[in-house]
Design a protein. Structure first.
Length: 377
C-alpha cells in the first residue's frame, strides 16, 4: 500500500498466499491522503475505530494511535502488520469495542462499518470523550455511506457533511457540538424468543450492537433451532460462529449435562453470547472464546459442532471462512463426532463437507435453507 509516509506491506489474518483480497481499500488511502495534507491536526490522542486490517494505524503509528475494533482477526492482522513495518510493541494501543475507551479524544477517525447499529453504539460510547476541537473524520466506500450514516454522526456528535467521491470512496467530516443532547444508548438489546423454536422458546436473547440480526431472530437460525440434534448425556458441544449464542444456549437448556463452548471472532458477539447464556440461568458449564475459529481448541475434544458460517468478509463474498470452520471442526471432533451446518441452499456446503469428511447428509431443508450433517470417521 502506498501512503504519504511511504510503502507498507500489509496482509489480512490469517495469512493465506492464495488470498486475493487486499488488506486495505480506496477509502483507507483517501483518508490517509486527507490527513497528510493536514498533518498538523494529528496531535493529542488519536483514536481509530473500525480499522479493518490495521492499515490506518500502521500508517499512523508515529502518532501513537489507539485502535478500537470488534474483530479478533483485524486485531491480529494489525499486530502482524505493525511488526512487519518495524513499529515498536506498545506504540499503538489495541482496544476492543468492549473495552473502556480513552477519556479524551483529540482526533477521531472512523472506518464506517457495515452495521449502522455498531456505528451508533460506538459513537455513543466515544461521544463523552470528544470535545469541540476534536477532529472527526469518517471514511468508507460510496456504497457504505448513506444518508442514515450521516444522520447518525450529526445526531450524536454534531454537524456533518461529506466529501466528493474519489475512486468510489468518500470522507465524512463532522464538527463536534458537545452542547447538544445525546440519545441514550439502546444497546445491548434484549428480546424473548418466539414459541416453537425448540428448548429455547420464550427465553431471553441479549444482543450487543453489530451482531447479525441483533433485533430479531433471523429465519435461518429459527430453522436451525427447530432441527437441532439430540444432545442427551455428558457431551462437549461447540457453537462455532456463535453470534448471540442462542444455538448453544438452546443446547444447554435441553441438556444440563452438556459442556458448551461458544466461539466467535467478534468481541460484540461473544459479549452477547455470554449475556444470553447468563440471562437464562442455565445450570450447565460453558466456556466463551474469542478467536480465529477453532484455532487453539484441542484436537479430538468435541462430540458435536454446530455452525452457521458467514459467507461475507465485510463487503466481499468469500467461502474461505466457511472452509476454515469446517476444517477446524473436523480436527476438534472425536471419531464419530458430528458437524451440523445450517446454510443457504445455493451455497453448496455439502460439496465441501464431502471433500473433508467423506460424507454429508441432508437433515432438513426448505426452499431457502438446508441443515447438513457430517460425521468424522
Amino acid at each position: 500500500m502506498t501512503t504519504p509516509w511511504g510503502e507498507l506491506e500489509l496482509s489480512r489474518f490469517p495469512e493465506d498466499p492464495r488470498e486475493r483480497l487486499r488488506a486495505w481499500d480506496a477509502s483507507d488511502a483517501y483518508l490517509l491522503r486527507h490527513l497528510a495534507e493536514r498533518e498538523n491536526s494529528l496531535t493529542g490522542t488519536v483514536v481509530v475505530v473500525g480499522d479493518r486490517w490495521g492499515a490506518l494505524v500502521t500508517a499512523l503509528a508515529a502518532h501513537g494511535p489507539t485502535q478500537i475494533t470488534d474483530s479478533f482477526l483485524a486485531q491480529e492482522a494489525t499486530r502482524a502488520n505493525l511488526a512487519r513495518a518495524g513499529v515498536e510493541p506498545g506504540a499503538v494501543r489495541l482496544l476492543t469495542t468492549q473495552d473502556a475507551p480513552p477519556e479524551r479524544i483529540d482526533v477521531l477517525l472512523v472506518r464506517v462499518p457495515k452495521s449502522l447499529a455498531l456505528l451508533e453504539d460506538q459513537l455513543l460510547r466515544l461521544a463523552p470523550a470528544v470535545h469541540e476541537d476534536t477532529v472527526v473524520v469518517g471514511t468508507g466506500m460510496v456504497k457504505e455511506i448513506h444518508t442514515s450514516t450521516l444522520a447518525l454522526f450529526e445526531r450524536i456528535l454534531g454537524p456533518t457533511r461529506t466529501s466528493l467521491a474519489e475512486q468510489k470512496a468518500r470522507l465524512v467530516y463532522c464538527t463536534p457540538d458537545p452542547s447538544r443532547a445525546r440519545p441514550e444508548n439502546p444497546w445491548p438489546y434484549r428480546y424473548a424468543l418466539p414459541e416453537a423454536v425448540g428448548p429455547a422458546s420464550g427465553h431471553a436473547v441479549v444482543n450487543h450492537a453489530g451482531v447479525f440480526c441483533a433485533d430479531r431472530l433471523d429465519i435461518g437460525t429459527r430453522f436451525f433451532l427447530t432441527h437441532l440434534p439430540d444432545t442427551r448425556g455428558d457431551r462437549r458441544v461447540v457453537d462455532l460462529g456463535c453470534g448471540n449464542g442462542v444455538v448453544g444456549t438452546s443446547v444447554a437448556l435441553a441438556n444440563h449435562e452438556a459442556e458448551v463452548l461458544f466461539v466467535d471472532e467478534s468481541f460484540q458477539a461473544m459479549a452477547s453470547a455470554e449475556a444470553t447464556y447468563k440471562a437464562n440461568g442455565v445450570p450447565g458449564h460453558a466456556e466463551f472464546r474469542v478467536g480465529d475459529g477453532l484455532a487453539g481448541v484441542a484436537s479430538g475434544s468435541a462430540d458435536l459442532v454446530l455452525n452457521n458460517p458467514p459467507f461475507h468478509s465485510h463487503q466481499a463474498t468469500t467461502d474461505s471462512t466457511a472452509w476454515r470452520m469446517f476444517s477446524g471442526a473436523r480436527r476438534v471432533l472425536r471419531p464419530g463426532g458430528e458437524l451440523w451446518v445450517i446454510g443457504n441452499r445455493h451455497l453448496g456446503y455439502h460439496v465441501k463437507l464431502r471433500r473433508l469428511f467423506g460424507n454429508s447428509e441432508v437433515v432438513a431443508g426448505d426452499p431457502k435453507f438446508v441443515v447438513l450433517r457430517a460425521v468424522k470417521k
